[in-house]
Design a protein around this ligand. Sequence first.
Ligand code: FMN
Length: 357
Amino acid sequence: MRIIRKYLFSVSYRLFRFLVKHLVFIYQKISNRDKDLESIVEFGDKNLTWINNNLGSLAFNFTIPKGLETELFDLKFKSPLVAASFKSDENLLDIWMKLGLGGSTYKTVMKSERSGNPRPRLQQIRLEREQCLVNALGLPGSGIDIFTKELLASPLWAYNRPLGISIGGENVDEYVSNFNDIEKTINGNVPDIYYYELNISCPNTDTGSCIGDDLDVLEKLVEHVRVNCSAAVSLKISPDWTNDRLRNIGEIIQKKDKMFVNAGNTQFRTIESLGLKSGQLPRNGGGLSGVAIFPRTLEMIHVFSDINIKIMATGGISTVHHLRAARDAGASLFGMATALIMDPYCIPKINNDLARY
Ligand SMILES: Cc1cc2nc3c(=O)[nH]c(=O)nc-3n(C[C@H](O)[C@H](O)[C@H](O)COP(=O)(O)O)c2cc1C
């Protein structure tokens, strides 16, 4: 029964999601609104939270099999699966940790509260025979003050698994000040099991600068962060950059202690190239995620493993086969976002498959 539980729940989750998605889309069509996947995700998140509060251990408690432990510098991950940065809702992160993640990265935090881009800004599309997402959320969030307070009081520390803090900024000064504010507040006040992720890939915002485009500025930012904390630090890079640019970024990482790369973020696509209608995303396009971007993830892993950089692979991972291919190419940790939205029971499935073979 314990073995089939994850498959039963997985099928139920997918079926429920499928039904809700189609009902909401029909409602949106009848009421002449643009298709908007975000309403479905919000509805699903509320239901998951209710289930977690009332039936959490039955629905979500899965043991991480032995033998999956992965170390990165002084961080110990009980499983190499990690939530990629895309949610800060403690309830959802809690569910994924219960399901067996080895660690979680919070959604990128910006200085002030932001509502993000106008909706619709999240869509589901079928590519390469797989369901993928495209988003142009524009980094909505509560801002650094609320984020830091919640981080200090987070029940997730009790899992004793690494937590990633993803830092963003409109410009280099904002990155520096966001990092300073967080590090000043949490250092010594939370367990020493956190890492920083500098989200240097272009944010989906009109004003957002892309620190990764200017290597001198990036190097100064990295230097500042490296000198002012002892935590491991990763750079979250964009699959849209050329391999030469990735190597340049790799050289910056190589010069520093306890640094790794997260390869990588979403891939920018225009609405035309995705077959979407105008009005279905703001800014004429957005970041593609899910299985369709996996080939580029593999290429990026090769670029960084060739120069001996430690790698968290993110982008299109949803099965043990993706994970093995990424591991064989040189990655040691595996971030997931789209797969967790599509079916979070992929976590115990992958953990078990990994332990078995
Ligand atoms: C809805 C959504 C929101 C995201 N928000 C962030 C973010 O705040 N910061 C970040 O670094 N990446 C963000 N990402 C990118 C993911 O962390 C991940 O790098 C990307 O989706 C590729 O992984 P996947 O194919 O497993 O989804 C977001 C992705 C999605 C789908």
